[in-house]
Ligand binder design. Structure first.
Ligand SMILES: Cc1ncc(COP(=O)(O)O)c(C=O)c1O
Length: 417
């Protein structure tokens, strides 16, 4: 191949990459943005899928003049940056910053507050978030007040030093919803910022920034990556001051994801809309079957009309979707809940959620075991509560699996039915 041909090929690739870098337009729909945001063709080879950039350092032509925009991989690297652009696009945000876990995202946000700050949080946050608030943030001089009904209580709980309101909607594991706009309006009237943990819904079902939140966080480990093979976190927001502060802390604390994890999570994100729709469809079928079962005390699923805050799901979630997560109270107490999780064949007994495979667990003994019983039960996390994460398998098989396990448990605990 002559030099001339090589030059022409390079020019053609460059042209197409310029065209491609225009994609997606902000007005494009979710699925187009999921596939194309942060996904430029490689300008040198034309590779449609970005290469994994493992280099920890980037050459400079003169002191302080790097060849491209990158200098050192903790500060920024191509795979993380592309992933962050994709998440920002899907959350309708100007900025996103990725972390080595969802918990690291939480820690970075809490560390952005000065000692002496006060935070108001919903009571039934993820157990690890509760642990961070009560055992780590507290040691750094940050006080957290928990509320079981934040929309009602917020005015009474605000103090002069309150800087942040932390919402998880739906909450974990009771699937309680919070009206983000109602809380944000009150918080903003005091100059308080609102963070929403959107892990359970994913950016496909809910975009908290559009409802008035200032920061949205995700455990990427769950729906965004979606294949149970990466631990990662992300925060997205619009405000320049928040960006400057969190960008500084992302680099200074250094809890950043590897290029390989960023690449994997970005690959997972490209099919988020397909997986989220399938999980929603499956969870709707399973929740409906559970609600009709005589072996079940109560079902928590925001897609059911019986959910006490269904009206919030209708205004806050895409098409009123309920998502892929369900929790329910089984007849027979703690032992029945534990046995149920051993009797399913497709639902695997394991922590975590949001993957292509269905999972089940007992929060009081697993994910939420660290929360004192009285506090746990006040939030509705009883020993007989089972949490299900519906994957993307066939819905008929999932329904049969759950009903079969309920029947098997009922035979073991007949007196408690
Ligand atoms: C709602 C929610 N937020 C945050 C986290 C923490 O994320 P990670 O496990 O990626 O640190 C989890 C983990 O289960 C979670 O369920």
């Amino acid at each position: 191949m002559t030099q001339d041909t090589l030059n022409k090929q390079a020019a053609a690739v460059e042209d197409s990459s310029i065209e491609k870098s225009d994609l997606p337009k902000p007005q494009m729909k979710f699925a187009t943005r999921a596939v194309h945001a942060g996904s430029p063709h490689d300008p040198v080879t034309g590779a449609v899928i970005e290469p994994i950039s493992l280099s920890t350092t980037f050459a400079q032509t003169a002191v302080g003049a790097p060849v491209g925009v990158y200098e050192y991989s903790r500060s920024d690297n191509p795979n993380r940056s592309n992933f962050e652009k994709a998440v920002a696009s899907l959350e309708g945000a100007r900025y996103a910053l990725a972390y080595s876990s969802g918990s690291a995202a939480t820690a970075n946000i809490l560390q952005s507050l000065a000692p002496g700050s006060h935070v108001i949080s919903v009571s039934d946050v993820y157990g690890g978030t509760h642990r961070y608030f009560t055992q780590v943030a507290a040691a750094h001089g940050i006080a957290v007040t928990f509320s079981g009904s934040i929309e009602v209580d917020i005015n009474d709980l605000v103090r002069p030093e309150t800087k942040l309101v932390w919402i998880e909607t739906p909450s974990n594991p009771t699937l309680t919803l919070v009206d983000i706009r109602a809380v944000a309006e009150v918080a903003h009237s005091y100059g308080i910022k609102v963070v929403v943990d959107n892990t359970f819904m994913s950016p496909y079902v809910q975009n908290p920034l559009k409802h008035g939140a200032d920061i949205v966080v995700h455990s990427v480990t769950k729906y965004i990556n979606g294949h149970s093979d990466v631990v990662m976190g992300v925060a997205a927001f619009n405000d320049d001051t928040i960006y400057t502060r969190l960008l500084f802390l992302q680099n200074a604390i250094g809890a950043v994801p590897s290029p390989f994890d960023s690449w994997l999570a970005h690959r997972g994100l490209k099919t988020l809309h397909l997986r989220a729709r399938a999980a929603n469809e499956n969870a709707t079928a399973v929740a409906t079957a559970l609600e009709a079962s005589s072996h079940v005390i109560a079902v928590n699923y925001p897609g059911l009309n019986s959910h006490p805050q269904r009206y919030i799901a209708i205004k806050q979630h895409r098409n009123g979707m309920g998502g892929g997560m369900i929790s329910f109270r089984i007849k027979g107490g703690a032992e029945a809940a534990k046995r149920f999780c051993q009797k399913t064949n497709i639902f695997t007994l394991a922590e975590s959620l949001g993957g292509v495979e269905s999972l089940c667990e007992v929060p009081s003994s697993m994910t939420h075991a660290g929360i004192p019983r009285a506090e746990r039960e006040a939030a509705g996390v009883y020993d007989d509560l089972v949490r299900l994460s519906c994957g993307v398998e066939d819905s008929e098989d999932l329904v049969a699996d759950v009903l079969g396990a309920l029947e098997a448990v009922a035979q073991e605990f007949p007196s408690k039915q």
